[in-house]
Design a protein around this ligand. Structure first.
Ligand SMILES: NC(=O)c1ccc[n+]([C@@H]2O[C@H](COP(=O)([O-])OP(=O)(O)OC[C@H]3O[C@@H](n4cnc5c(N)ncnc54)[C@H](OP(=O)(O)O)[C@@H]3O)[C@@H](O)[C@H]2O)c1
Length: 296
């Protein structure tokens, strides 16, 4: 039974994540209106107590706070197009992945129809929605965040407003997410290497976990070096990493693993040496990654 004192919420987009968001609001006692292009996905939520809007316009009109969780910003605009007349004065929050440019475009579109706009990112999987330590961050209209903070915290206790720029969540989402694929592929390479010796990938897990803790612990040191631009007191130098290149290649041959995905990383190390960073901290790779200013 919804509680009258709690903010009514609309959730648009009932994929894996949108369904988890709607469930969290229903369980917390919010009157929750849902809409999805494929209408059958609303049924389990209706069984839990959600109201199913007959149209996307009805869904937007049902609540002061509208949360859209579709695949992309383009999909969100396409789905909301029939509901633009209802957006005026409402708080629209998007919770999809995308680029900062996509978030800015989305914000301009929403504000153009009179909506108050916030863009967020969920830094976890659907099953973690609603947990006290689940992280969500937002960028955009601070008044929306302040007004609805307690409602947004239903989705995760670690809820942060990054600033008034609507592209900040997308920026941090991508900046943080950049670690994911290289870290995972590194783990998969390690798993293939131990399997090649007849050992289970699971034997690697405690050691890789400890390794990731070590990486976690040195990030503030690297960030300090990058922010100050002083790479002269290396904990681990670029040259040290260059020395390891041959080990990767030898392991690849011995374990019959394709280590070609590492070639661009090795190339980056060599470019750093060529640029005079050999004796500098490995964090000096940031300087190699930065492109020279494009000419106007
Ligand atoms: N799942 C995760 O682990 C996770 C974690 C963090 C962030 N996210 C982000 O959350 C967002 C949603 O992810 P998801 O896992 O829920 O994806 P999903 O299960 O594939 O669901 C996608 C949703 O978007 C809707 N949709 C897509 N294009 C549409 C269009 N043109 N018009 C109307 N509706 C459209 C789909 O409607 P139909 O049902 O009609 O197809 C569905 O409701 C993504 O941006 C994702 O990156 C997901």
């Amino acid at each position: 039974m919804p509680e009258d004192r709690l903010t009514p919420v609309t959730v648009i987009g009932l994929g894996s994540m949108g369904t988890a968001l709607a469930e969290a609001f229903i369980k917390a006692g919010h009157r929750t209106t849902v809409w999805n292009r494929t209408t059958t996905k609303a049924a389990p939520l209706v069984a839990m107590g959600a109201e199913h809007a007959a149209s996307v316009e009805d869904a937007v009109a049902a609540s002061p706070l509208v949360i859209a969780c579709l695949t992309t910003y383009d999909d969100t605009r396409e789905a909301l197009e029939p509901a633009t007349a209802a957006l005026g004065g409402r708080a629209l929050v998007t919770l999809n992945s995308g680029s900062p440019a996509g978030a800015r475009q989305m914000a301009a579109w929403a504000v153009g129809y009179g909506a108050r706009f916030l863009d967020g990112a969920i830094k976890n999987v659907p099953s973690a929605v609603g947990a006290p330590d689940t992280l969500l961050y937002y960028g955009g209209d601070r008044t929306v965040f302040d007004e609805f903070e307690s409602t947004l915290k239903v989705l995760g206790g670690d809820t942060v407003h990054l600033g008034d720029d609507a592209d900040l969540a997308a920026l941090y989402e991508m900046a943080v997410g950049g670690t994911l694929l290289p870290a995972l592929v590194g783990f998969f390479q390690g798993a293939a290497a131990v399997q090649a010796r007849g050992l289970a990938a699971s034997t690697l897990v405690p050691f890789t976990a400890k390794w990731l803790e070590m990486i976690n612990s040195v990030l503030p040191i690297f960030a300090q070096e990058i922010d100050s631009g002083d790479y002269s007191k290396p904990m681990s130098s670029v040259n040290l990493f260059v020395a390891g290149i041959t080990y990767d290649e030898e392991l690849g041959q011995e374990a019959n693993i394709d280590v070609a995905w590492q070639a661009p990383l090795h190339e980056l190390l060599r470019r750093a040496v060529a640029a005079g960073h050999g004796e500098h901290s490995i964090s000096a790779l940031v300087e190699v990654l930065k492109q020279p200013e494009r000419m106007a």
